[in-house]
Structure formats: structure tokens, C-alpha cells
Design a protein around this ligand. Sequence first.
Ligand SMILES: [Zn+2]
Length: 222
Amino acid sequence: MFPKRLFDGYNTFLDGRFSSERSRYEALAESGQRPEIMVISCVDSRVSPEVIFDASPGELLVVRNVANLVPAYDTDRHSQHGTSAALEFGVQALKVKHIVVLGHETCGGIRAFADERKPLSASDFIGHWMSQIAPAANNLGPSETFDRTDYLYQLELASVDLSLNNLMTFPFIAKAVAQGTTALHGAYFSIGSGLLLVRDPDTGTFAPATTKMPNISPFQCS
Ligand SMILES: [Zn+2]
């Protein structure tokens, strides 16, 4: 049976948002989508880009996967590349102006990698998928040298950097960046506090996107 929660939510949407934004939906149906911003986010149910960025329909092209990872460019036609196909669609067809990799606090995928937890072994989908961040973990160094919470936080940030680097391995993205038609960005959402950190492209450090929360600093924010 279709979940009642979804029936109820759909009815609320129909009477509320759809009703008030009907002309926008009709225009989008008529002319097609033209989102300028693409977001790569985690599947985590707490990290919905449309909610965090208060987006209207048609504004964000969102790709979600475990731990918001971008695989390196790979022409192996025997594998399926969902995220790569979405990137191709966003950059080549829709010509998005921005691509944002959105990391987040207490990411289960990152924790699975750090803990090597069963059943998330290398033979499973998640274990294999998360093995992509091994270079980022190697750069960080041994986890024992960190406080546990800080290590996961640093790995979450490092995986955003890794995905940004991998984006540049796609020839059509590197070209769009070189031509100045597409810009790449990193960000990080702290679920409990609501704090958003934005990556400085020059320094690679993450800093709060707002001064509304002067007392909130999840860790060192650097
Ligand atoms: Zn996650």
C-alpha cells in the first residue's frame, strides 16, 4: 500500500505550494527546466538541498548519492555511471553555471569508510563506492592521531575536496571551468546547528556562510 504519509503530504502540496506556484509549474512544463545551479548532495534524509537553500521548483538540479561523491572521470562502458551521466546532462545540456558539492555532518557513508563496518565491506556496494575516498583519508593521515569526532569531520571536508578535484577530471567540466561558464564550489551542512560552511576556493578552508550564528563553530572550521 502506498504510504499514507505520502498521500497526506501530496494533498498538502496540492492545496498549498502547487496552488500558489501554479503558474511557475505551468511555465516550467511549457518551456522546460533551466536551473543554473547543480548540487551534489548525500542521500541522507536530513540533508535536502531544496530545503536548506529554500529552492523553488526548477531552480536546482540535484544529484544525490551516498556521501555526495563525484567519481573520477571513467570511460569504462561496462560500468554504470549515474552521477557522471547527471553531470553530463547538467553541464552539457543544461549548461549550469555552478556546481556545488554539499558535504554534511555525521555522514553515514564517511563513518562506514572510517569504521570499515560490516556489512559495509569492500565487497558490498557501499564499501566499494566509499573506497573512492581512500586518497583523501591517506592525505589526512592515521585516524589515531585525531580525536574521533574531529577525524570524521576532517574526512567529511576532505571528501568534498576530493569530489571537487574529481569534477575537474571530466573534460567537459574542465573546459567549462576554463571558459568561465561553470564554477565549482564546496559547502558543508551541520545538521544539528543548521550552520552552513562554504569553501574558500583560494585557500581551501571552510568558513560559516552567515554571521547570524557567531557562537556556533562545529569544530575549528578550518
Ligand atoms: Zn551522508
